[in-house]
Design a binder for this molecule. Structure first.
Ligand SMILES: [Zn+2]
Length: 183
């Protein structure tokens, strides 16, 4: 037979366990977000979180919560990144840019396949992972463009001048080619 004290004890214990579990989950989510955002491995993202929290004497799950709840990167993370930029940024910039462009290229090819014909909405294939701008382009033009390696359709003005060259521009979009130095 459980006493009132026993019940209170177990209720408190269950709440503590639930809180610990919630903290774990939010930390895992924050690791995933930071890993994506900065092109880091999961370990690097955790290091960023840990350093950020420690430098501000803040509980790690509270910092993780701030990462998960807001689209902006919390200040302790930015400071920590600044202090350890060389170790955290493991993927070179040009590689990250190409990865993003390749992802949007594949996404647009799927859109073209799903909505065969007509003028579906395609997304800018620029190197900014947060860019989700629509571009106006015919599916046939997109397919022709993508039949050769290193060409991407982007919003005008979204090119990254030191990594790619604009080879064509019209009203709705621009075409860039990788690795061709501007004249
Ligand atoms: Zn863009």
């Amino acid at each position: 037979m459980q006493t009132r004290e026993d019940q209170a004890f177990w209720r408190e214990r269950a709440e503590q366990l639930q809180q610990a579990l919630d903290s774990r989950i939010v930390i895992e989510q924050a690791k995933g977000i930071l890993s994506e955002r900065f092109g880091l491995g999961i370990e690097g993202a955790f290091g960023l979180l840990r350093h950020g929290a420690r430098s501000q004497r803040m509980k790690i799950h509270l910092l993780a919560r701030a990462v998960v709840d807001t689209p902006d990167t919390p200040d302790p993370i930015v400071s920590s990144l600044a202090r350890h930029a060389d170790t955290f940024i493991s993927v070179p910039r040009d590689e990250r840019v190409v990865r993003t462009e390749e992802l949007y290229k594949r996404l647009n090819e799927k859109i073209a396949t799903l909505l065969d014909g007509g003028s579906p909405t395609f997304l800018c294939e620029c190197g900014n992972p947060l860019c989700n701008e629509p571009i106006e382009l015919h599916g046939d033009d997109l397919r022709m463009l993508h039949s050769r390696d290193g060409f991407y359709a982007i919003m005008r003005g979204h090119e990254i001048p030191d990594l790619e060259t604009v080879v064509m521009e019209n009203g709705g979009y621009a075409i860039v080619q990788k690795g061709v130095k501007a004249q």
